[in-house]
Design a protein around this ligand. Structure first.
Ligand code: 5GP
Ligand code: ZN
Length: 115
């Protein structure tokens, strides 16, 4: 837990968010500045700053993030058309909030490579 971390506060319910899913380890909520018609952030409740800081032993937690994203995509009707999941790691990749989050984007076609 990091006292001044925005996503820790969302995980603890101290800052409001449009939460789509929550359990003891994972929270999924709508991105405040969506880059697609469906843009959700899936985070661990435990503070991990970047993917570089994930360790041996975090496999289960990281897997839960990915499976949560896939389930939400399916439940919201994006499984067949397709969707994208992205971890931005560090500033060079566009990370602005330093609590890991898996972006889940759907509802439009996606270009490759990403910008
Ligand atoms: P990053 O650039 O770190 O990969 O992604 C951070 C994401 O968090 C951005 O897409 C941004 O719109 C989103 N975001 C930043 N602040 C808030 C907030 O207070 N609430 C929600 N729901 N999303 C936020
Ligand atoms: Zn945090």
């Amino acid at each position: 837990m990091a006292d001044d971390c925005l996503f820790c506060k969302i995980a603890r319910g101290e800052i409001p968010a449009k939460v789509l899913y929550r359990d003891d380890e994972v929270v999924a909520f709508e991105d405040i500045n969506p880059q697609a018609p469906f843009h959700v952030l899936v985070i661990p409740c435990r503070h991990i700053s970047t993917l570089n800081d994930a360790e041996d032993g975090d496999e289960g937690l990281l897997g839960r993030l990915v499976l949560c994203a896939a389930r939400l995509a399916r439940e919201h009707g994006h499984a067949a058309d397709g969707y994208r999941t992205v971890f931005n790691c560090n500033r060079g990749a566009g990370q602005t909030v330093f609590h890991i989050h898996l972006h889940l984007l759907g509802g439009r076609s996606m270009d490759w490579p990403p910008g």
